[in-house]
Design a protein around this ligand. Structure first.
Ligand code: SF4
Length: 320
């Protein structure tokens, strides 16, 4: 069953430099119980994409068109007030890239939680603190953390606390934006285990996990979507994509990161020339064509649609 469906969503930043087409016609679904990994280089639009999935749109970003349906509700038609009151925290929650920025440096974790919950639900302070204490204990996080300031916690502990706080009201969908990128490998593992624990305990149903790191996404995602220059260029079950990437960009990405994997070693290492394009003035046709060694004339003028090439596999490339 589908929990979230985004249809042809476009979200652009209007800046003095020009219009940045960060999300430019993306359609993607998330099933109940699924972890969807979204991968791509930095600047490809993936952070804007997950913010658009929950309609967290703030100037200079504007939602241009499309439709986002979450658990049967068309949230793309709701006002920010309605989203704050009825949707955020309760149906969908976001864990941003920097846990430190997610918290208030001058507030104890406990007081921050009281403020955050009261934005969605009018409950007495003691009840909220009790709720937070029980949840921290359930997730094996020391509950005396609640009496500390953010700077008194380690980076990993802070990230785990932010995830526990974001999921306090049991949202069905958790959006995780590069949540392990600043952490060492063993702390990464603790954060990934926490996400698995949240699903096992049915505190959350589904996750959209955004990262530039395929090796990390592979550990958590059932399905992966690859973003390039504001568009999704390939979608596939995780292991199918690693074993046989279809889009030339996915191939380069997988081969450059997972070089120790036996199935990747069998393929030739690919070199990805050039830089990701500007999203103010992206290339015509296929946006990947200036870097693609398979590009033909058609690629420079015609944008390839995202088409189903086999069961559960979608790709946007004229080769298919
Ligand atoms: Fe390469 Fe053309 Fe496919 Fe784009 S459409 S990835 S340029 S072959």
């Amino acid at each position: 069953m589908t929990l979230l469906m985004a249809e042809n969503i476009k979200a652009y930043y209007f800046t003095r430099m020009g219009t940045i087409r960060a999300v430019d016609g993306v359609s993607l679904g998330v099933d109940k119980g699924m972890v969807l990994g979204v991968i791509g280089e930095s600047g490809c639009g993936k952070s804007t994409f997950i913010n658009t999935l929950m309609m967290n749109i703030r100037s200079p970003l504007r939602f241009i068109e499309g439709r986002v349906e979450l658990d049967g509700l068309v949230i793309s038609e709701m006002s920010r007030e309605q989203l704050k009151k009825d949707i955020w925290g309760k149906l969908v929650a976001l864990v941003p890239q920097s846990a430190l920025n997610a918290l208030m440096p001058t507030m104890k974790i406990r007081d921050f939680i009281v403020d955050a919950v009261r934005q969605h639900q009018d409950l007495p302070k003691e009840e909220i603190v009790g709720m937070a204490r029980r949840r921290f204990e359930e997730l094996n996080l020391p509950s005396d953390t609640l009496n500390l300031y953010p700077h008194e916690l380690s980076g990993g502990m802070r990230q785990r606390a932010v995830i526990a706080i974001a999921t306090l009201l049991n949202p069905k969908l958790l959006l995780a934006d590069e949540v392990t990128s600043a952490l060492d490998v063993s702390t990464q593992k603790q954060v990934l285990n926490l996400l698995a624990d949240l699903r096992k305990r049915r505190i959350i149903d589904s996750v959209v996990y955004v990262s530039h790191d395929i090796a990390v996404v592979r550990q958590v995602a059932d399905k992966m979507a690859v973003m390039y220059a504001g568009k999704v260029v390939e979608v596939a079950p995780t292991e199918d994509m690693i074993a046989k990437p279809l889009h030339p960009y996915t191939t380069a990405l997988v081969n450059s990161v997972l070089t120790l994997e036996p199935e990747v070693r069998k393929r030739e290492l690919s070199y990805l020339p050039g830089e990701p394009p500007s999203l103010i003035n992206p290339p015509r046709g296929c946006r990947f064509h200036p870097r693609c060694s398979f590009a033909k004339e058609k690629c420079e003028t015609e944008e390839p649609p995202l088409v189903e090439v086999s069961e559960k596999r979608l790709v946007s490339c004229h080769l298919f």
